[in-house]
Design a protein around this ligand. Structure first.
Ligand code: DGT
Ligand code: CA
Ligand code: CA
Ligand code: ZN
Length: 587
């Protein structure tokens, strides 16, 4: 079926989002209000998260229905879509050299000071900054000094070599951060040390790690942290702060605070920035001023210091908000109305429905994987090796699958109190058909269907392809729906709304693949799926016996999607879940 697309020249959502982000950066340089800056960044995020092509929506005038897109942003998107440029963006680009935007991203600089360097010294790039530092012109400026000059010189050097701050996948950051936290806590001088920042909110990737600590002797703790064996280099951006870089190239900001302010600082440094801005606005309307040092009451002039985060939220009349929810996605309203969801936890999972063995690309036998699942505390596991058409030579032909099913059933009979299920991860072929005959699929307990090949097909074709798989009578669940790999591969293009509609109709479940490189569905899409009444399944997609450890990342995405355990099918025992499979409806 040909499908001429009259809008094929429309900017993609990523292109629109990049333009809005750039506007945010430039407005920040221009000294605009934080609200305007945040509005553009929120807009960029909304566009990235949107399930439809936003350019087309904007031309129809309906992009304003997306959260975070008002008429001003819509106008700019229309301009980009119809003329290829946004006048305000062109104007700001002409005003500020691109190197200046890069300068604002240096630690210790920021937009205001970067702009002073530009206006007072003509410094307009990282190279010019290094030169100005080398010739002592920066330290001659009021408010800079020799220490700042040296720090900026080094930052510009590192930044030039490494490029803009590289984000890293959460799992890698946490491996480093949790080990370092344990070392810190073991130090005699440490009273308390907790993770803050994006890692505490369990975002997909992080720029750096943030740690908040208390100690009887802050200077001694700062020195001890800088001397830990993991540390490659350390600097002290201020009193009671130390910034370290580990040998594994992870940057960590450590703040040491008084115990009675621990809650204030932890709340501030956990963010997100968007959550904090919204919280601060809300507080102002109540005559309260939130800062990282305390909550100032206008009426009494008293600054309340909060030992715990719950104290901070309580001063605002709110319940404690879980870190994963702090993204300004409605959590403040929900907290005020006492309608925050009771979020799912790792302990709620009863089984896993997606794993691989040596029959396809896994490294362990069926038996070893079953044992690992038992050790992980599960009461069931579906073995779902890849189907025949994967093309990496390690897959299961139809004949092999029959024998595979038999081995699984034999082993299951030997495992008391555990259900080993015969399943498959079936490849969704480009036309949406599957590569096993229906009669064979019918013998399986559980079928996950996933797209693994031919990613680059037109959006409408991809949508039809996935919807066809969803409507297949033996497909119980769609695996890693978007195909994204965090920081590596964009999701393929498809119409999420059409896919969610189809899944809601057929009762086909959708996976949150917990692999830390995937986390697919993402939190926004998972929340939309749950809102549409689609049961979600959190799967580890384990390829080795240690593979069940990644469940925490699937749980994190589910929590960021506001999910309760009731919305996740594999929090139930297998018998209950089995009765919910879409095949029960079509049978
Ligand atoms: P990232 O980029 O993965 O490191 O993300 P975060 O959220 O960890 O950001 P980071 O490390 O730059 O800052 C840590 C927290 O500090 C952030 O979540 C909220 C707070 N924060 C940083 N800058 C601002 C700001 O300009 N305004 C407000 N209200 N809070 C900020
Ligand atoms: Ca951070
Ligand atoms: Ca930081
Ligand atoms: Zn898989």
């Amino acid at each position: 079926m040909p499908h001429p697309d009259p809008n094929h020249t429309d900017p993609t959502n990523s292109e629109i989002a990049a333009a809005l982000d750039e506007l945010g950066d430039l407005y920040e340089l221009d000294g605009a209000s934080i609200h305007r800056i945040v509005a553009y960044r929120n807009g960029a995020r909304a566009v990235r998260d949107a399930s439809k092509g936003v350019a087309a929506l904007a031309r129809e005038g309906t992009a304003t229905q997306l959260p975070g897109i008002g008429s001003t942003l819509q106008e700019k998107i229309v301009a980009l879509a119809t003329t290829g440029e946004i006048p305000a963006l062109e104007k700001l680009r002409a005003k500020f050299p691109p190197g200046l935007v890069q300068m604002t991203k240096l630690p210790g600089l920021g937009p205001k000071r970067a702009r002073r360097l530009f206006e007072e010294l003509g410094v307009d790039s990282l190279a010019a900054l290094r030169e100005a530092a080398d010739t002592g012109r920066i330290s001659a400026l009021k408010g800079f000094g020799p220490k700042a000059e040296q720090a900026l010189r080094e930052a510009a050097e590192t930044f030039t070599q490494a490029g803009p701050a590289q984000r890293i996948v959460l799992s890698r950051a946490l491996t480093v951060g949790e080990e370092l936290l344990a070392e810190m806590r073991a130090l005699k001088v440490t009273e308390r040390a907790e993770l803050a920042g994006s890692a505490r909110r369990m975002t997909d990737s992080v720029k750096d790690l943030d740690i908040v600590a208390t100690a009887r002797d802050p200077a001694a703790l700062a020195a001890a942290v800088a001397a830990l064996p993991q540390v490659e280099s350390a600097s002290t951006p201020g009193p009671n702060a130390v910034r370290i870089r580990t040998h594994s190239a992870v940057n960590i900001d450590v703040r040491i605070v008084e115990p009675d302010q621990f809650g204030n600082v932890l709340q501030h440094l956990t963010g997100s920035k968007e959550h904090n801005v919204a919280l601060r606005d809300f507080a102002v309307r109540r005559g309260l001023h939130i800062s990282e040092y305390g909550v100032l009451d206008d009426n009494t002039g008293i600054t309340h210091r909060c030992p715990t985060e719950a104290d901070v939220y309580a001063l605002l009349g709110m319940r404690f908000i879980e870190p994963e929810l702090r993204e300004n996605r409605g959590e403040l309203d929900a907290a005020l109305r006492d309608e925050l969801p009771v979020l799912i936890t790792a302990a709620d999972l009863r089984g896993d429905l997606h794993c691989h063995t040596t029959a396809s690309d896994g490294t362990a036998s069926i038996e070893e994987m079953a044992k690992a699942a038992i050790t992980a505390g599960y009461s069931y596991l579906a073995i779902t090796d890849h189907s025949a058409s994967m093309g990496f030579g390690a897959d299961v032909s139809a004949d092999q699958l029959k024998a595979h099913i038999e081995r699984i059933r034999e082993l299951d009979a030997t495992l008391p109190d555990f259900r080993l299920l015969a399943g498959s991860e079936v490849n969704i072929l480009p036309d949406g058909s599957l590569d096993y005959p229906d009669a064979l699929l019918a013998e399986l307990d559980w079928v996950v269907a996933s797209v693994h090949t031919s990613f680059r097909i037109p959006r409408a074709e991809m949508t039809t392809r996935i919807v066809r798989a969803i409507n297949h009578p033996y497909v119980d669940c769609i695996g890693h729906l978007s195909g994204r790999k965090i920081l590596q591969r964009e999701p393929y293009e498809f119409d999420l709304e059409a896919v969610l509609d189809a899944a809601a109709h057929s009762g086909t479940m959708l996976e949150i693949n917990a692999s830390p490189d995937r986390r697919d569905l993402n939190e926004v899409h998972a929340r939309a799926a749950a809102a549409a009444g689609i049961p979600l399944v959190i799967n580890c997609d384990a390829h080795r016996t240690s593979g069940f450890e990644v469940a925490r990342y699937g749980i994190a995405t589910a929590r960021r999607a506001w999910l309760t355990s009731q919305q996740v099918a594999n929090t139930q025992e297998w018998e209950v879940l089995a009765a919910q499979r879409s095949r029960q409806r079509s049978a």
